[in-house]
Design a protein around this ligand. Structure first.
Ligand code: NAP
Length: 293
């Protein structure tokens, strides 16, 4: 219990309570219900945010059922972000460029409006801790999955002009690089095969991990980062509310500046919250109560 009026809102709903949620498979691990319900309660907004375990083959049924129930909006996580694209009536520019939807707002006339707030979340968390310009920095991004597309968009929109994209399946990195090079011709995006033993880190200013390495409680990160220069920043978008990720342990042991994925998670949620409710999420409160390790 944080505050009496907060606990009241968790317990009581009424005929005007509005529905928000998150669709995923799996979904039990999601921190989004805590983030949103805490914020809604703090601002005394009459909504509830619930987790929904939606299997891939039932996504369209779930979206239309949620709409039929009068839901206001929902988030999407793995594996629904890309399939949602084709179910939307409109897409914001970020969702279009990223090719994935993580936030849906349902208008009063039933129109399904798709957004992607991951790039905003990534860059907002970066700027909280890193004040330097991204232009002329050598940035190494590991991975080429869905989250990587949001990270690339955020870096490019913020002025990054030299990105190396390393992925185990190199064809995915090549496709992603060619896609983004087309939209940002002034930027150099170099796709390479991710070989943990051979990669040269000596000139890297910013290392970003967007692979799922570390997501499953692994003890070790397969890349030795000893070659990174002392000024380098390490950013791991993988997060855990309870423990450090393997990459975080490595960065800490070398005394390197580090940003974890929790900030990105909170800020992408804050943007979605603003889209649905028109209000600013109490980000400091969320950080204090949910992520204080
Ligand atoms: N902080 C946040 O708010 C936030 C938001 C979104 C996602 N995330 C995190 O970002 C991570 C990636 O999500 P995603 O949606 O991009 O997943 P995804 O589309 O499934 O992509 C997974 C990526 O990880 C790589 N990978 C997986 N296992 C690997 C291994 N053993 N060695 C090397 N590379 C490996 C894959 O390489 P291949 O292509 O070669 O298979 C691919 O590039 C997840 O951990 C997710 O929790 C965080």
């Amino acid at each position: 219990m944080i505050h009496s009026n907060i606990s009241d809102r968790f317990i009581f709903s009424d005929g005007q309570t509005r529905l928000l949620g998150v669709f995923g498979d799996p979904i039990a691990h999601s921190l989004s219900p805590k983030i949103h319900n805490l914020s809604l309660s703090k601002l005394d907004l009459n909504y509830h945010y619930l987790p929904f375990h939606v299997r891939p083959h039932q996504l369209a049924t779930a979206v239309h059922g949620f709409k039929a129930l009068g839901g206001v909006g929902f988030n999407a996580t793995v594996p629904h972000k890309v399939p949602l694209l084709s179910l939307m009536d409109s897409l914001d520019p970020a969702a279009l460029k990223i090719g994935a939807v993580n936030t849906v707002a349902i208008a009063k006339n039933g129109q399904l409006n798709g957004y992607n707030t991951d790039a905003y979340g990534f860059i907002t968390a970066l700027k909280e801790k890193y004040s330097e310009t991204l232009s002329q920095k050598n940035i190494l991004v590991l991975g080429a999955g869905g989250a990587c597309r949001a990270v690339l968009l955020a870096l490019l929109d913020e002025g990054a002009d030299n990105i190396i994209l390393a992925n185990s399946t190199v064809t995915k990195a090549e496709e992603l690089a060619s896609d983004f090079n087309h939209h940002y011709p002034q930027t150099k995006i170099t796709p390479i095969a991710l070989d943990f033993l051979a990669i040269d880190l000596t000139h890297i200013d910013i290392l970003v991990n967007t692979t799922s390495l570390g997501l499953h409680g692994e003890d070790n990160f397969p890349l030795s980062i000893e070659q990174l220069p002392p000024h380098a920043l390490v950013y791991d978008i993988v997060y855990s509310a309870n423990t450090q990720t393997p990459l975080q342990k490595l960065a800490n042991s070398q005394g390197l500046a580090f940003i974890d994925g929790l900030g990105m998670l909170i800020h992408q949620a804050a943007r979605a919250f603003q889209i649905w409710t028109g209000e600013e999420m109490p980000v400091a409160l969320v950080k204090k109560h949910i992520f204080s390790k």
